[in-house]
Design a protein around this ligand. Structure first.
Ligand code: DLL
Length: 435
């Protein structure tokens, strides 16, 4: 819910609160988490060294690998018996990253999700169709408890069973949809095939996040559902969804809930702090989390912070749409590019459907990107139509993102559909070809 006192706090008050909470967090973590204490000792800093917010720059970062090294419970600042919930994100290799919540943490998370959903346009009494996956992923349960806290009629559908999702959205008359943007697109496509006109339903807002998406994708979703498509950001290591969200008034940048999270942006290569407004890697410190305090967590997400006043009246800084993760950046013939930059060109391109995958292969020492993208139905693939379209697209991508790539046009339905986080990149570079 809208917490006017917290969300419109003057900058100096907010910073005073942040400093007090930062001191508490570091003091508690130092006392209760042995690996944390060893790290600070090795860096030659003590909790008492935090005198101003700027002092945080002297403290060491935390990286994802440390959660794995201390698997499963080594970074918790409370006895395991005090945890009410565990979540985990599945790594592609090895052990998952485990996160835990005390009762106070779950309460805070529900409050911040209620705040985020209200910020995105939800109102008590609305019907919330929750198509985020329920389970170890933080999306489903994070939205669930936040929606209930705000007083929404919550429909816990989870991901999958897309035809049933369409029926439920229609029959219950959902006002808000929660899903990854790629799964929302899948729902829209299935609705069209079922003859359901989503535009005629009571839906008003989509709460989309958990993966990078582009403005072009926002336009598609807004068009197909006749809604405002809102961006919500978060990550399990910090709390889950509910770290930042767009406001429906401005729909331009996501307010970071700075009374609970301290944000910095650093150069991903040198780890040096960047001035406000420059693009770089987002670094987050939790200010109120009990079970798993995080100090200067390197998110790998690339964004930019803005401090201009917002039309909605909130004073919390905004982060711009995440363009991608620094580890998802492709370097092709010396050109650095994020998949979402390619998405911005593909989606909405005349004659194409918004379904694509980037396939990476290697030719000798060179990386090669092949864009596989579907034609919009009806899809004439005969020459010269298809050949001209592929050539147009190639030159457009070269002009817009500077990347030379191959384009393969696919028939409608050929690209796998997402039920959660979409797999945008198929990396075949490390596969051994049989002799
Ligand atoms: O994806 C939490 C979440 C659930 C956020 C539902 C929003 C909605 P993880 O599975 O730990 O947590 O993945 C976190 O997903 O570091 C980003 O790379 C990416 N991500 C999350 N939200 C956005 C977004 C959840 N709005 C990782 N835009 C993060 C771009 C996002 N990327």
């Amino acid at each position: 819910m809208f917490d006017r006192a917290a969300e419109t706090m003057a900058r100096n008050e907010l910073e005073t609160l942040q400093l007090a909470r930062l001191k508490q967090t570091i003091t508690r973590a130092y006392a209760n988490v042995p690996p944390f204490r060893r790290k600070l000792d090795a860096a030659g800093v003590k909790p008492e060294d935090v005198r101003t917010l700027a002092d945080i720059a002297r403290f060491p970062f935390t990286v994802k690998g440390e959660l794995r090294d201390n698997f499963p419970f080594g970074l918790f600042a409370v006895p395991r018996e005090n945890l009410l919930r565990l979540h985990a994100s599945s790594g592609t290799t090895g052990k998952p990253t485990v996160v835990g919540y005390t009762r106070a943490d779950l309460d805070l998370w529900s409050d911040l999700m209620a705040r985020s959903i209200a910020c995105m346009g939800g109102k008590p009494g609305d019907i919330f169709h929750n198509a985020y996956g329920y389970g170890l992923f933080t999306g489903g349960l994070g939205f669930h408890y936040g929606a209930e806290r705000l007083g929404l009629t919550t429909v816990p559908v989870s991901g999958g069973g897309t035809e049933r999702q369409v029926m439920l959205i229609k029959d219950f008359g959902a006002h808000l949809l929660g899903a990854t943007p790629s799964y929302a697109l899948n729902i829209a496509e299935v609705a069209t095939a079922m003859g359901v006109d989503l535009r005629k339903l009571p839906l008003r807002y989509g709460c989309f996040g958990a993966e990078p998406w582009s403005e072009a994708m926002r336009r598609q979703l807004e068009e197909k559902f006749a809604i405002k498509a809102m961006d919500i950001y978060g990550l399990s290591e910090i709390i889950g969804p509910g770290v930042a969200s767009e406001c429906h008034q401005a729909q331009n940048g996501l307010h970071i809930w700075e009374d609970h999270f301290l944000c910095e942006v650093i150069d991903p290569d040198t780890a040096e702090p960047l001035p406000l407004g420059e693009a770089g890697e987002l670094v987050l410190t939790t200010l109120t989390k009990e079970a798993l305090p995080m100090l200067r967590y390197r998110t790998r997400d690339i964004t930019r912070l803005i401090e201009e006043p917002c039309a909605c009246g909130r004073t919390h800084r905004r982060m711009l749409r995440v363009t991608g993760r620094s580890d998802d950046m492709l370097i092709v013939r010396g050109v650095n590019v994020y998949p979402s930059q390619i998405e911005a060109v593909l989606v909405g391109f005349p004659g194409l459907a918004p379904h694509y995958q980037l396939v990476l292969t290697r030719e000798g020492p060179m990386d090669v990107v092949t864009i596989e993208v579907e034609l919009a139905p009806p899809a004439p693939r005969e020459e010269p139509f298809a050949g001209k379209m592929a050539t147009d697209l190639r030159s457009h991508i070269k002009a817009m993102v500077g990347l030379s790539c191959d384009v393969v046009l696919k028939a409608p339905g050929e690209i796998p559909r997402s039920q959660g986080k979409a797999v945008r990149v198929k990396d075949l570079r490390r596969q051994v070809t049989p002799q």
